[in-house]
Design a protein around this ligand. Structure first.
Ligand code: NAG
Ligand code: NAG
Ligand code: NAG
Ligand code: NAG
Ligand code: NAG
Ligand code: NAG
Ligand code: NAG
Ligand code: NAG
Ligand code: NAG
Ligand code: NAG
Ligand code: NAG
Ligand code: NAG
Length: 573
């Protein structure tokens, strides 16, 4: 009798362990072989750097709570690093990816395993190269499904479709940024925008390279939108259809409907598309083109995709489709008023299940003037900046950030910061009329300056656009954290008046936010993740010009508040 009970008890424990084990601590394994692939677009064949020969790259799919291991093997001549954009990387800063910030690059013939757990996030993010301009072809979706047995806080979609926007160059983008860096001029612009790597029929010989979304009537589709373009914010719309926004940067938001969205490089958005109840006997274009505020030249073209209703009338072989074709109308290229209204519609769910943990008090305030500017042209050279004697530069608080030649995180972790970085990043700007008549002196200083934050510091950052070399919208991206967007406005931030209007109840929680052209944005975050965290404009041209800085968040006192030592395969410089 006694032994029978004991046996059943053991059996029961084993069964329970199997059940729990099947659902907990799953690890997803991926292998990324970085290799060249010939790809033809716009009648130009180009050898591009890809993951596994795919363009765009493969999808990473995992559930919230799962571990992801990606072994990246570099088979090309370029140095490589990959960033898992928007992943919080709690206690796994070594896996974040920006070259010379959290790691040295993976050199030719080397490999590195990125190892992280997805904690408290669900929705769409993306991965991309984080070195030089290689992300122009190295990018792909990250799809985070809710935990098993948890449903979406919206209607279950019939299908889910990742749609990743990109920019195509007929020429080598590494040559483009190299030339721009040497001359100090604005880099050449792209030749096309793409949807899932396809430019569509508005470009030369691209009709066959058109993204087609085939749908059934009366269904709901979840579009996972990602802007992986290098240098352009994009408007997007589908003719005669509204979109319901349900998530941004892998955080659910209060639903709202819109016929047009604006998505900045670095931002992601899940939207629901409800198809018409009956077969409409029409085909609908979807279109994306840039939102531009700066003074420089830009790619003003439009990428088109097709929303096609699958119909028994048109699917039979040999039938000719004669369908009406509708095209969406997009805002004008410089519609800053649309941008401001659209941005203000995003709100956190702020429910018991999905709370908005907005820091209600602030330990440290920062004011960052976000600017374009210049550096001197070297003697004996004629430059192509705003004048022949200057090169373009960009800065925060007048510091144009210089990347070190070793990784900041290693230098910090092993206490070898001397000669690598200094901790005197200015916490505020010299006062001037940021959005008024610009000062005559546009020359910026440079340095590898960081801010050091004790663990669990509650931080508020005001990011103020300036009119130096022209007001411009800057999508600022913070690594390692989500932040709450508590306020935004035009003109100069007023520390006496504006904080009274901050939303501390249900502000949107994101990892990338547009600093409004000629305006400011206020964000708050809790520095609860030890490591070195890059913050930069996600317009790659501005990052290259120095619009970047880093936060060092120190370890906390408890064991689970300390950054573990680096993995043994961490690349060396
Ligand atoms: C899953 O991981 C958590 C945290 O890493 C750990 O506490 C737990 O014991 C693990 N569960 C299983 C079944 O391994
Ligand atoms: C790409 O095309 C070039 C020229 O045709 C060829 O030499 C090269 O081997 C191709 N590369 C790949 C990876 O297929
Ligand atoms: C990934 O990280 C976890 C936690 O630090 C560690 O236990 C595991 O061994 C790592 N896996 C690999 C393949 O490095
Ligand atoms: C999860 O869902 C499956 C299938 O619907 C069910 O069999 C299982 O009991 C559920 N598990 C839990 C922990 O709710
Ligand atoms: C889209 O939404 C707007 C405003 O809610 C509405 O006026 C319009 O009719 C809708 N369009 C379609 C195609 O459903
Ligand atoms: C795009 O720019 C070119 C060159 O500046 C100009 O000729 C063309 O009209 C512009 N196209 C659109 C759609 O604005
Ligand atoms: C669909 O529209 C085309 C062109 O407007 C027309 O010729 C055709 O008869 C229509 N088909 C149906 C099934 O309504
Ligand atoms: C937007 O562009 C149009 C056409 O180029 C111009 O007339 C208008 O002044 C611009 N608006 C703003 C706010 O810059
Ligand atoms: C800043 O400049 C703008 C535009 O010239 C002007 O309207 C505003 O009054 C100025 N603000 C201050 C505080 O001087
Ligand atoms: C810029 O220089 C001009 C001419 O030297 C001068 O009149 C003007 O006041 C200066 N502007 C500023 C903002 O310093
Ligand atoms: C930083 O500024 C110094 C002094 O102006 C200059 O000599 C140096 O070349 C600059 N470094 C970079 C990387 O721009
Ligand atoms: C690759 O990275 C290493 C380490 O930082 C550096 O020494 C080397 O010059 C880089 N190679 C290229 C081609 O950029």
């Amino acid at each position: 009798m006694g032994s029978f009970i004991l046996l059943s008890w053991i059996t029961l424990v084993l069964v329970l362990e199997n059940v729990v084990g099947a659902h907990a601590n799953i690890t997803r394994h991926y292998k990324f072989d970085i290799k060249l692939q010939n790809v033809t677009r716009l009648c130009h064949t180009k050898s591009i750097v890809t993951v596994n020969g795919q363009f765009p790259g493969p999808r990473i799919v995992a559930r919230e709570g799962e571990r992801v291991l990606i072994r990246v093997v570099n088979h090309v001549q370029n140095n490589i690093s990959i960033h898992w954009h928007g992943i919080r990387q709690l206690l796994s800063a070594w896996a974040d990816g920006p070259a010379y910030v959290t790691q040295c690059p993976i050199q030719t013939g080397q490999s590195y395993i990125y190892n992280f757990t997805i904690t408290g996030q669900r929705g769409t993010l993306f991965w991309h190269a984080h070195i030089s301009w290689l992300r122009s072809t190295l990018y792909g979706p990250i799809i985070i499904l809710p935990k098993r047995n948890l449903s979406y806080p919206f209607e279950k979609p019939h299908k889910e479709v990742p749609m990743i926007f990109g920019e195509w160059w007929n020429v080598d983008t590494e040559a483009v940024i190299k030339q721009a860096t040497q001359t100090g001029g604005g880099p050449n612009v792209s030749d096309a925008y793409t949807i899932n790597g396809l430019p569509g029929p508005s470009y030369n010989c691209s009709i066959k390279d058109t993204f087609k979304l085939k749908v059934k009537p009366g269904k709901t589709y979840l579009l996972r939108l990602i802007n992986a373009a290098l240098n352009d914010e994009l408007f997007f719309s589908i003719a005669n259809h509204n979109l319901t926004i349900v998530e941004a940067d892998a955080v659910y938001v209060k639903h709202f409907d819109t016929d047009t969205i604006l998505i900045a490089p670095g931002q992601t958005m899940n939207v629901l598309l409800k198809t018409k109840p009956h077969y409409p006997n029409a085909t609908f274009f979807m279109a994306a083109r840039p939102y531009v505020t700066g003074l420089g030249t830009f790619d003003n073209s439009t990428t088109l995709g097709i929303l096609e209703y699958e119909s028994p009338l048109t699917s039979s072989v040999g039938s000719i489709k004669i369908l009406k074709l509708f095209k969406p109308t997009l805002p004008t290229l410089n519609d800053t008023s649309f941008a401001a209204i659209f941005a203000s519609k995003f709100r956190s769910l702020a429910t018991a299940q999905f709370p908005a943990n907005v820091p209600q008090t602030v330990d440290k305030h920062f004011f960052l003037a976000v600017s374009l500017g210049t550096i001197q042209c070297p003697k004996n050279q004629i430059c192509q900046g705003p004048s022949n004697s200057s090169k373009f530069a960009a800065s925060m608080n007048n510091v144009s950030f210089v990347l070190p030649t070793t990784a900041l995180l290693q230098a910090h972790f092993f206490g070898k910061s001397k000669g690598v970085y200094t901790t005197d990043f200015p916490t505020s700007s010299l006062p001037f009329n940021y959005t008024g008549i610009p000062p005559n002196n546009t020359v910026v200083s440079n340095g590898t300056k960081v801010v050091v934050l004790p663990f669990n510091t509650s931080v508020e950052v005001i990011m103020q656009d300036t009119s130096i070399l022209g007001a411009e919208s800057h999508p600022l991206h913070l690594h390692g954290f989500n932040f709450f967007v508590v306020g935004q406005g035009f003109g100069n931030f007023d520390p006496n008046k504006d904080p009274a209007n901050f939303n501390l109840v249900d502000p949107v929680e994101r990892n990338t936010i547009g600093v409004p052209s000629g305006g400011w944005v206020a964000i708050r975050f809790l520095a609860d993740n030890p490591g070195v965290w890059f913050m930069h404009c996600h317009l790659e041209v501005h990052t290259s010009w120095g619009l970047r800085m880093a936060w060092i968040v120190l370890d906390g006192k408890l064991p689970n508040q300390k950054l573990p030592p680096p993995p043994s395969d961490l690349p060396k410089c």
